[in-house]
Each structure stands twice: as C-alpha cells, then as structure tokens.
Design a protein around this ligand. Structure first.
Ligand SMILES: Cc1cc2nc3c(=O)[nH]c(=O)nc-3n(C[C@H](O)[C@H](O)[C@H](O)COP(=O)(O)OP(=O)(O)OC[C@H]3O[C@@H](n4cnc5c(N)ncnc54)[C@H](O)[C@@H]3O)c2cc1C
Length: 329
C-alpha cells in the first residue's frame, strides 16, 4: 500500500451515477476520485435522443454526457482514466482499489459501474442500434407511435415491455425461441389478452434488416427450420442485462440476477463502506433519473461514513442509518 494514492471516496465508473457522485463529492469538498475505463458517459453514449430526463426537454445522449461531465469535474473531483481490476476489503475498513494505473486506497467506495443489455448478436443489430433497434421500452417507446414492433425475449422484461409498448405501437410481435415463457404466468396471460400483441414462438431472429432504419426481422422456426420475415419499424431486445459486478474480493449480497442489494436510506451494500448506485443496484427500473438519485444518496451517505469511520465510531449499515436519522432530528 506504500505507493498507493489515498482518497476518502473512490467512485467506480463515470456513467450518470458516477458523474453525479463526482458532482456531489466535489461540491461538498470531499477528497474523491472518479475512475473510468472508457469515455465518460456510460450508456448515454449509446443513446440517440433522451426525452425523459426531467429539466431537459430533449437532448442527445452524447450531449447530456458532456454536460454531466463538465458539471461533475467543474467542482474539483479528479477524473482518472483507469480500469478498475479488483477491490480488496481490509479488516480495518479500508479498501484497496486495484486499477490499470496503480492502487488507490480509501475507506469508502461507490460502485457505479453500470452494465450492458445482453446483445442478440445477429447481423444488423449493431448497425441499426438507435435506428429502430432498442433495449429500453420506457426510453424509446414513444418514438414508435402507430408503428409495428417486434420484441425479442421470453422473460418478464420482454413480456412486460411488450405490453408497455402497446401504448404506442399498433402491433407488437413477441418473438421467443421457445414454446413456453420464462415470464410469470400472469404477465403472459395479460399479453395473450392484449389485442395488439401477437406471439411468434419457437422462433429465433437471424438478422435485423433495413438500410438506414429497421424495416424487418428475419426469423427461423427452431423446430421446422422454416424461415420468414416480419415487417416492423422497430425491434426491442430484452434477452438479459449484465450488471458490471464482481470486482470486489468479498461477498456482497445481491438479488437472483446479480444486482447489488442496498439499504434504501443510504445505498450501502452489505459490505460496510461500499455503496452502489445506478444500474448495478437491485431496483424496479434502470433509468438516468434513478441512477442520478441513487448516486446523490450514496455520496452523501459515503461522506458521512468516512467522517464516522475516521472517528472510529462506525461498523455497519445500522450505525450509519442511526447516524443519518439523528442528524435529521
Ligand atoms: C440504448 C439505451 C437507451 C437508453 N435510453 C434511456 C433514456 O432515454 N432515458 C433514461 O432515463 N435511460 C435510458 N437508458 C438507461 C440509462 O442509460 C441507464 O439507466 C444509465 O446510463 C445507468 O447509469 P449508470 O451510471 O448506473 O451506468 P452506466 O451508464 O452503465 O455507466 C457505467 C460506467 O462504468 C464504467 N465501468 C464499468 N466497469 C468499469 C471498471 N471496471 N473500471 C472503470 N470503469 C468501469 C463503464 O465504462 C461506464 O462508463 C438507456 C439505455 C440504453 C442502453
């Protein structure tokens, strides 16, 4: 640990959650560092237009990333371009964050490493992303009023989002590679009774087709081999989301899908001094606004944690929550 740089708070990942954490840390004059392995912005950089971030009527993902980045670093939080490789938790509460540019030591770590929608990995998917291919119904559904859409997947997300998309679309075809759904029966029932939804079961998507915009998907029946085409204006893919977890060397409580469980009042995980915000956290929805809200809470709680840890007064979540409540009284 001799050559390691020391901070009070290390923020891992500069998407909307990490940039918000950096903003709050900087403005509150915490000694914090923000680590990012790619360009700052996270999933915003893969998003065309954002119309549901309060206070901004309509903005390109890259532009929002730039504004968030300028604002975050403007208050003094250092941004370091580095890949976090591992986080070691020591008995005294300190953490060593191993990165591609060396070790950093701090008592508090905020995990904001986000995640990525799982890809279908078919021709056309990458080329037409943001041009009819989407991974987020809440974000992009409104761009497809009266269009015919395809939804790919068979879990809760696919069926739920398929139902959601019927608010806008004239027809939604749910394409699933099996005959039976993994999604809850009630959801599947609701979809079956929705006059705008059709099912294409036992079918896989071989390619997503179109020149500048999505025009159709090519499908294949896995039982018979029969090929077909479904004409659609958009394809929503829900075949899973991969949270960027697994960096920490000790167990952190998580849900069945691997997302970190956090205390609702502090965003602290089951490991004292490790907080999680944004898409790595177990929650109902994954949006920019939720990531930003989580990170605000996490940063304020992390600062409090550090203060108390320095006084040697804190051990776990219960102590921190008690402290936060006392402060509000
Ligand atoms: C196509 C698409 C469109 C969307 N549209 C909208 C929309 O219109 N409105 C909306 O509210 N939401 C939208 N979302 C969802 C929204 O983008 C996410 O909820 C939000 O970006 C989550 O923010 P985050 O900071 O938690 O994670 P991310 O944005 O995923 O950022 C995580 C960051 O951590 C970095 N990182 C990961 N691992 C490491 C490591 N080991 N070391 C260093 N850095 C690391 C990553 O490079 C990344 O920059 C969309 C998502 C997608 C994919």
């Amino acid at each position: 640990m001799a050559d390691a740089r020391r901070f009070d708070i290390v923020i891992v990942g500069a998407g909307p959650a990490g940039l918000t954490a950096a903003l709050y840390a900087g403005r509150n004059m915490e000694h914090a560092v923000l680590l990012e392995s790619k360009a700052p912005g996270g999933q915003l950089l893969n998003t065309e237009l954002i119309e549901d971030y309060p206070g901004v009527k309509s903005i390109l993902g890259v532009d929002l990333a730039q504004v968030m980045m300028d604002q975050a670093t403007g208050f003094g939080t250092e941004l370091v371009s580095a890949e976090v490789e591992q986080i070691l938790v020591h008995d005294d509460g300190l953490k060593t964050v191993r990165t591609s540019v060396g070790d950093i030591v701090a008592p508090a770590v905020i995990l904001t490493a986000g995640g990525n929608p799982r890809k279908l990995e078919v021709p056309g998917e990458v080329e037409l992303a943001g041009r009819g291919v989407s991974y987020c119904a809440v974000c992009d559904g409104a761009f497809f009023r009266d269009a015919e859409l395809a939804v790919v997947g068979g879990g809760d997300a696919a069926v739920e989002e398929g139902i959601f998309l019927t608010r806008y679309a004239s027809k939604v075809t749910i394409i699933h590679r099996r005959e039976h759904f993994r999604a809850q029966g009630l959801l599947v029932d609701e979809a079956r009774h929705n006059p705008k939804i059709e099912f294409l079961l036992d079918n896989v998507v071989d390619s997503i087709d179109g020149d500048d915009l999505v025009k159709s998907v090519s499908v294949r029946n896995v039982q018979t081999g029969e090929k077909g085409t479904v004409d659609v204006g958009g394809v929503f893919i829900f075949v899973g989301f991969l949270p960027n977890t697994g960096l920490v060397d000790v167990h952190i409580d998580h849900d069945e899908a691997g997302y970190y469980l956090t205390h609702p009042m502090t965003m602290m995980t089951s490991v004292p001094g490790i907080f999680a915000a944004g898409d790595v956290r177990s929650q109902l929805t994954r949006q920019i606004s939720t990531a930003v809200g989580d990170a605000t809470t996490a940063t304020i709680a992390a600062a409090k944690w550090v203060e108390e840890w320095k006084r040697g007064r804190i051990e776990g979540d219960a102590d921190l929550v008690e402290d936060v409540v006392e402060d509000r009284e």
